[in-house]
Design a protein around this ligand. Structure first.
Ligand code: NAP
Length: 245
């Protein structure tokens, strides 16, 4: 009976920041956590920290820019667990120096960001989908951002209206489109697909300028990863309330 087994969860970019904390919280909730990381030493170190806390954690090499690592990760999970219950698409980059407003954002930086945050995440999702389909209750959480909300960006009085990072924001808007279209495609399956807005969280991504702790930043993603079968799909959420697209 699959329902009585531990859930198998893969978190990309799990060696630090919000991803590591999501892995820790999912491990505490009883999941077997697979920590995706592009740097094997950092990934092994993160997984061993969680094992030292008594959690079932394992490192998997996974670089969103290297397709062969994505295929190998899917092959490994398939042969070891035969399914995947939770995919947390957390890995992402920003470039606060070279990215910027539409008039000046460096095109190569924009390309790099979209390649990682959107195309890399799409590649991971496509590779893991056959395994998610084998789960009784597959969940995909795309770690998006309020900066990816077209509605919020269109409101001049929004707190972050001046944070014009075209590449980063466009990558998250595109990620939100993946959420909506994948949820529609999977509407007749048990798989739920949602976007999470962590809120402004102190991590390396923003040179620790965020005002939230990683515990706070991880909470909504964890909630969406553990949604019950009557939970929502195709939505965009921040601390349990909807975010406008
Ligand atoms: P972080 O501490 O910089 O962590 C980012 C993670 O992504 C790291 O593990 C990093 O690995 C990994 N990563 C980057 N490029 C990768 C690639 N090509 N392949 C695999 N992994 C890669 O940042 P964070 O704040 O925790 O960000 C996590 C997610 O939350 C991101 O998607 C971010 O956009 C989103 N988010 C953050 C905030 C915030 O305020 N912090 C707000 C909204 C959304 P390395 O250590 O090897 O670089």
């Amino acid at each position: 009976m699959q329902g009585t087994l531990e859930k198998i969860a893969l978190i990309t970019g799990a060696n630090k920041g919000i991803g590591f904390e999501v892995a820790r919280q999912l491990g505490k909730a009883g999941c077997v956590v697979l920590l995706g990381a592009r740097n094997p030493a950092l990934g092994e170190d993160a997984a061993s920290k969680l094992r030292n806390q008594g959690l079932e954690a394992q490192f998997i090499e996974l670089d969103l820019r290297r397709r062969e690592t994505i295929q190998e990760a899917a092959g490994f999970i398939g042969s070891k667990f035969q399914r995947l219950d939770i995919l947390v698409n957390n890995a992402g980059i920003a470039d606060l120096a070279a990215d910027g407003p539409p008039s000046t954002a460096d095109i190569e930086a924009v390309q790099r960001i979209i390649q990682t945050n959107f195309l890399g995440t799409l590649a991971v999702t496509q590779a893991m989908l056959p395994l998610l389909r084998k789960s009784e209750s597959g969940r995909v959480v795309n770690v998006s951002s309020g900066l990816g909300s077209l509605t919020r960006n269109g409101q001049p009085d929004w707190d972050f209206a001046s944070y014009t990072l075209l590449g980063y924001s466009a990558s998250k808007a595109a990620l939100n489109m993946l959420t909506v279209q994948l949820a529609f495609e999977l509407r007749d399956t048990p798989i739920k697909v949602n976007s999470a807005e962590p809120g402004y969280t102190a991590t390396d991504l923003n040179h620790h300028r965020g005002h939230q702790t990683v515990e706070e930043g991880a909470a909504e993603t964890v909630r969406l990863a553990l949604l019950p079968q009557d939970g929502p799909t195709g939505g965009f959420f921040q601390t349990d309330s909807g975010v406008p697209w």
